[in-house]
Design a protein around this ligand. Sequence first.
Ligand code: IMP
Ligand code: MG
Length: 179
Amino acid sequence: MKDTINLHDKEFEVFISKEEIDDINNELGNLINKDYEGKSPIILSILNGSFIFAADLVRTFNFPLTIEFVRYSSYEGTESTGKITKILGLKSDIEDKDLLIIEDIIDTGATLHRALKDLWSKKPRSIKVVSLLLKPDSLKHIVPVDYIGKSIPNDFVVGYGLDYDELGRDLPAIYKLKS
Ligand code: IMP
Ligand code: MG
């Protein structure tokens, strides 16, 4: 694993190692397995950022589940635009179903806020949210997050699904912008 990497015009340094990510995933898996015992939720991965986290996290689960993907877009470069666009919606009927949303990172909370509004209107039985990362100092919306992998400062991060203008999603660890 490289200590620093370059993406477009910027330099990033290692922030959360692959080993730490694995530990976080196992801890989240233990908590979620307890809460979903006897249930069969629909897992909702919010694209694009959460695809790698979702792939790893669902493999720590030991209850029956189905997976769906939805896609929203808000980011340009290293800033949230605040304007949320739904690009891909749900295929299945979620009425009376238990939903578990998987997010990569909650920054302003705008994406999750919008997704929850869309989803609650379809009358699911329950919605819970798991996010690998949370930037508490950046929140602008009150959003319920049931499981948080790690709270981080307001640094811009890439890797493990997260991108800087579409680059860096494939990195196995999480890197932050070098100051
Ligand atoms: P929010 O709507 O401001 O909460 O931002 C949510 C989305 O913005 C996340 O799902 C990410 O795709 C993206 N995002 C937020 N912070 C970062 C970051 O530090 N690096 C890369 N993408 C980010
Ligand atoms: Mg993104």
